[in-house]
Design a protein around this ligand. Structure first.
Ligand SMILES: [Zn+2]
Length: 66
């Protein structure tokens, strides 16, 4: 089982590279039992989307998802 530290590291990594199947699988297992890491992933994903929208010249937080 991965530790929270390893999972948060993998979440960060996943924003910059594709994780392997086994990495994703072990992360998913951890998310099942750990609300802290689920929240962390959600926040990272949210921030990442906001940054991407800014880079595309769009408003970061409106609800227009196309
Ligand atoms: Zn955790």
């Amino acid at each position: 089982m991965l530790s929270c530290k390893e999972v948060t590291h993998l979440v960060s990594e996943s924003l910059d590279r594709k994780l392997s199947i086994s990495e994703r699988f072990r992360m998913q297992l951890h998310f099942r039992i750990c609300a802290y890491c689920r929240n962390f992933r959600r926040q990272m994903t949210f921030l990442r989307q906001a940054c991407r929208r800014l880079a595309e010249g769009k408003a970061p937080f409106d609800s227009d998802q196309g």
